[in-house]
Design a protein around this ligand. Structure first.
Ligand SMILES: [Zn+2]
Length: 371
């Protein structure tokens, strides 16, 4: 499920529905009845519903603050996937410098503490003005929830905001993004483990509901920390690798006067390449693939030549030898071409395929972080 709030795209996973239901139940059956005595059962359920909605709103506000700062710093996040204690931004690139990363990360907890202060103030005013207990209860819960949201997010463990701060700090010190991310993710994993253990201890000592919450939070932290690391490796290694290093150099080419008949028999039937660069007088003029061949009737194969079927070189099917793998991947994504001609000043240097990219990525991802 994807929501768009104030220009911020937010994804909610299926687990979120379960967690929200569990939150409502926890509030109605445990939190409100033990903190605000003497109300009707029905009232507790109403308070829980409004409280849970308020909590979701608080999370969105927190995420919105991150996004607003990111946008101001020319580093917009495409979307953000909400998890229990905030979101994980789905950005396509890493923040350009540690300073920007600090600012974006801090915006979340600061906004949550700010919101908590507003709810505390509302509680105080309401208390003096003799507001109904149920209303005070909701104000109190939202003050508490936002304080918790800001506080937990300051723990230096990925993907919590504190983890981003830790990473920015490490990156500033050692100037090594990958190592910094690895450490911040390890901290996340470890912190998740500690939370799960703490939850377990609470459960066996009888604090079942609180224990389950800590356990779930720990589990999410561990999962997300691992996934964040892999995604970062995928992004940075792809971005940093030059096409020159993973392309197939000196590919088999086809002369433009080759008949389509021969093209099929000698090239497409013999090797299993799906695209051939077409050359005319040692000059690259474009490429030809099975799609172009199947577009002409078989009877005409003898009279037509490769030149007739060639798709001319264009921005959609060529890429410069000095560009990086990320550029190749986004071009493939945009055009649907899984094979690109790699050119070096107009001259054919090689071919790069989606398979080359994915093999390269798989290789990188299998170099796992030590844990
Ligand atoms: Zn945050």
């Amino acid at each position: 499920m994807t929501l768009t709030v104030a220009g911020l795209k937010v994804r909610l996973g299926f687990s979120w529905i379960l967690l929200t239901l569990f939150l409502i139940w926890s509030l109605a059956q445990s939190y409100f009845p033990t903190s605000y005595l003497g109300l009707e059962n029905r009232t507790y359920w109403w308070m829980a519903l409004i409280g849970a909605a308020g909590f979701l709103g608080s999370l969105l506000f927190h995420e919105w603050a991150h996004a607003a700062v990111a946008r101001r710093r020319q580093f917009p996040a495409a979307a953000s996937t909400l998890f229990l204690f905030g979101g994980v931004a789905d950005t396509n690139t890493e923040p350009p410098d540690p300073r920007t990363e600090y600012a974006i990360a801090l915006a979340g907890p600061i906004s949550s503490f700010g919101l908590a202060a507003v709810w505390y103030a509302a509680f105080e005013v309401g208390y003096r003005a003799n507001f109904p207990l149920a209303v005070l209860g909701i104000f109190g819960f939202l003050a508490f929830a936002n304080t918790l949201l800001g506080g937990v997010n300051l723990i230096p463990a990925f993907p919590l905001d504190g983890g981003w701060l830790l990473r920015a700090w490490l990156r500033r010190r050692n100037n090594d993004l990958r190592q910094a991310t690895r450490r911040a993710c390890l901290a996340g994993s470890l912190c998740g483990f500690v939370f799960m253990m703490a939850g377990f201890v609470q459960i066996i000592t009888g604090h079942i509901l609180a224990g389950v919450w800590w356990f779930v939070l720990g589990f999410f932290l561990r999962e997300t920390a691992g996934a964040s690391y892999y995604r970062m490796v995928a992004q940075t290694t792809l971005a940093s690798m030059a096409i020159r290093r993973i392309m197939t150099p000196d590919p088999v080419t086809v002369s433009s006067d080759t008949s389509v008949q021969r093209l099929v028999e000698d090239y497409f039937h013999r090797s299993f390449h799906n695209m051939y660069p077409v050359m005319e007088d040692a000059r690259l003029i474009g490429c030809v693939g099975p799609k172009q061949i199947s577009a002409v009737p078989r009877e005409r194969w003898a009279e037509l030549t490769a030149r007739d079927l060639t798709i001319p070189c264009s921005k959609d099917n060529t890429i410069d030898v000095d560009s990086d793998t990320e550029a190749a991947l986004s071009l493939m994504n945009k055009t649907g071409n899984s094979r690109l001609l790699v050119v070096d000043g107009g001259r054919l240097a090689g071919i790069v395929t989606l398979k080359d990219l994915s093999q390269f990525l798989t290789l990188k991802l299998n170099v796992k972080p030590a844990s």
